[in-house]
Design a binder for this molecule. Sequence first.
Ligand code: PLP
Length: 383
Amino acid sequence: MKNIYFDNAATTFVDGKVLDTMLPYFSDEFANPGGSYTAAKRAKKAVEDARECIAKIIGAKTSEIYFTSGGTEGDNMLIKGMVYSLRPYRNHIVTSVIEHNAVLNTCKYLEKQGSSVSYIPTDKYGFVDMNRLKRSINRHTAIVSIMMANNEIGTIENVEEIGRICRSMKVPFHSDCVQAFGHIPVNVNKLGIDMISISSHKIHGPKGVGAVYIKDNLSIYPLIHGGNQERGMRSGTENVAGIVGFAMAAKLAHEKMTDNYMYCCRLRNYIINRLRKEFDDVMLNGPDCTMEKMSGTRLPGNINISFQGVSGYSIVDELSKRGICSSSGSACSQSKKGPSHVLMGIGLGEERASSALRLSIEPENTFDEADYVISCLKEIIKQ
Ligand code: PLP
């Protein structure tokens, strides 16, 4: 049976070059970077080189990068860390209704601890309501957290504008860039972002590693205390192999970004256009990237469609029987049945939200694979 992977927003395979870069750190170069002998210094240098690589890619200083276990930890670390350092004077958070659960559940946790949270609505494409955002920020706001790109519908937010608003109101701005990093340019200075979280496994790096950027004038409380690794911001012996692999994956993604972007946009639009041609009742959820004026507002690899009256879960099951990996929402919410909070958040009714299918593509996917997926969908929807 064919094995076609169209779930690249959930995770990606580890690139061969990335794996080769990591392997020595499991064997010959296994030393703890905290040691004082030569082998330990080599491990330390590998971590610092990786830090420099990530910093360069996002236009930051090396001293502003901290390695984490991934996007979830990064979101928790930055939102909680900022609130803990500013409360009780500033104990208010501004975020959006379509954030990843790593952000939303962190906010809910902080609400239980006494924080107040403004959840900003979006329009039908998933673009955050800027007026509501502006009006929600007040002198008690500790942090604004708005994602750069949405994991379910691919909407690319106007983070540059949000950065301007936050700067003018002197409020720190965090952006979850997990889905954006490696796919579209993320330059923290150009975009005016104070903190970002990124993750390795979305860009052909290993799972369980990521990083945060914290602008060097900001002081946030660390969540993990211990041996003072990562300059006290994130204690714990460094995941040297993971960190080195992450940097290599980031470097490769950055080098190939323009070509990958162009190819994925072409394949994405081909699939959307063919689906529209083949099915009367297919609806695109999120920005209509086939329209000239919206072409740059959706992640190149994201397709999210609803087939009226057909359950998204059953389509995913049926595709799986035909060797195709897809998703009906985000991987992290698969255990929670029911319509996605993102699709409900952009105002889709329960029926349309429950009939959603996410196909997330990457440059290894081919037009032939796309044709096969479409022919399977024809069979499934007819059934
Ligand atoms: N934020 C977004 C937007 C994501 O898509 C994900 C993962 O799907 C995460 C955070 C969590 O990242 P990780 O899996 O590295 O914990």
